[in-house]
Design a protein around this ligand. Structure first.
Ligand SMILES: [Zn+2]
Length: 443
């Protein structure tokens, strides 16, 4: 199966975001094979058998997507999101981190049934795809039972999004470690690293738990070939991991606010990566997002929504938050729109260890692609396509989305998922969870 995207303004992100003039994107069997002149315009294709089959885009096996008036770019990579919290949208908007933890993890989490997790992950994944987020790292700390885990994975699979499923032990301390469950996720639920949904380990780390538990978790994850991600801010976590010999290129640090320079040097030296959630950090009081400082040490830094309990679930909002925070208080701002779009795509892919497969339009990569309607109000006229994406675009402009070459959104409409059913399930799950939590806390 061959797909050709023509007539759009193409932005590739490798090595840095830039416009590829007069380019068509050719996709074969879900993989990008070329970004450049349209095949029928190339002498070698005109001479060959392909010239006829491409004419008019009606030939069997070839689909032409006309992106006239559009901006074509790699799908966004969200490096940190708790997808299961989609049904808790806006529930903790005024909360600081402490209040959020009390409400969401303390009170609401126990009320989730497996079916609620299924509904929440499906709805959260649909929300991501709708906004052009083709890959999401799902930091999933809702594994109350094996059934919850299966439900979370099933929903991600069904949605069509590319996802990293980060399994976190239930609870936040050492008591509820479930090694057998991590092994089961790896061997039975997600045995392949090539599929749309791949496994990872979401660690509480020596932040919420002990160094001993972290040691055991790191050994387990590395034994199973799972990358590790943990929330880490301030002084402490990095130093403890360093002392325990646990830093490495497979460790992704989420947030990173206030981590001392000396410790960031250790992270950089180990090849570790970072994920910044600028909107959540600004609102919940983590401190000013530290994209610039993390990147200044050479740490690959992606962006993340984190949670829709407080912020929108699209990368446009996240990019804007990163851009504003990265320049706030600077007399000579260094963070550019190109930096920000890079973090939302290729650098984000690097942060989660997937830059060989996704994050740019380089031939050989998975065809995860977004087409924005650049004629939309608020987006036209476009002087600088990269600036338009970062400073002006929104979910309403997301016309077309492809994941691994499969069209999941076209003409502004999601395809292949029953959106009404998913919304209905999500609303019911939200009602159950909040009612149940209220009943329990009243007891
Ligand atoms: Zn988080």
């Amino acid at each position: 199966m061959r797909t050709i995207i023509v007539n759009g303004t193409v932005i590739d992100t490798e090595p840095r975001p830039h416009v590829v003039p007069d380019a068509a994107v050719v996709i074969e069997d879900g993989v990008i094979v070329s970004v450049g002149p349209r095949p029928e315009d190339r002498p070698e294709d005109r001479a060959g058998d392909r010239a006829g089959e491409l004419t008019g885009g009606r030939a069997e096996g070839t689909e032409i997507i006309d992106a006239a008036g559009g901006i074509v770019l790699p799908g966004f990579v969200d490096t940190h999101r708790h997808v299961w919290q989609s049904v808790l949208r806006g529930i903790a908007a005024d909360a600081t981190l402490g209040a959020y933890l009390d409400l969401v993890l303390g009170t609401l989490t126990p009320a989730f049934r497996a079916e609620d997790v299924y509904a929440a992950n499906l709805w959260g994944a649909i929300e991501a795809l709708d906004a052009g987020v083709t890959t999401v790292y799902d930091w999933s700390h809702i594994q109350l039972t094996p059934g919850h885990t299966e439900a979370a994975v099933e929903a991600l699979r069904e949605s069509g999004v590319r996802a990293v499923f980060g399994y976190a032990h239930r609870g936040t301390g050492d008591a509820d470690r479930a090694e057998d469950e991590v092994r089961r996720v790896r061997s039975a639920l997600l045995p392949s690293d090539d599929g749309l949904v791949t496994p990872a380990f979401a660690a509480w780390g020596p932040v919420y738990g002990s160094v001993e538990a972290a040691r055991a978790d790191w050994a387990l994850a590395r034994d199973l070939g799972l990358r590790i991600s943990l929330h880490a801010t301030g002084e402490g976590p990095v130093e403890r991991l360093h002392d325990a010999g646990l830093l490495g290129p497979d460790v992704l640090f989420v947030h990173g606010n206030g981590i001392p320079d000396e410790s960031l040097k250790l992270v950089a030296g180990s090849g570790g990566t970072a994920s910044v959630a600028p909107a959540v950090e600004s609102q919940m009081g983590h401190g000013l997002p530290e994209t610039g400082r993390l990147r200044s040490f050479g740490i690959a830094t992606g962006l993340g929504v984190d949670t829709v309990t407080d912020v929108p679930g699209d990368m446009f909002s996240v990019m804007r938050a990163a851009f504003a925070a990265g320049r706030a208080g600077q007399t000579a701002p260094e963070l550019t729109v190109s930096d920000v779009l890079g973090m939302a795509t290729l650098e984000g892919a690097a942060a989660i260890g997937m830059d060989r497969r996704i994050g740019s339009l380089r031939p050989g990569k998975q065809a995860d692609i977004v087409i924005l309607d650049a004629a939309a109000p608020g987006l036209a006229p476009v002087h600088d396509p990269v600036a338009a994406v970062v400073t002006a675009a929104g979910t309403a402009a997301v016309d077309t989305v492809l994941v691994g070459g499969r069209v999941v959104k076209r003409g502004g409409r999601l395809l292949g998922v029953d959106v009404d059913r998913a919304r209905d399930l999500a609303v019911r799950a939200a009602r159950h969870v909040t009612t149940q939590a209220r009943t329990t806390s009243a007891r």
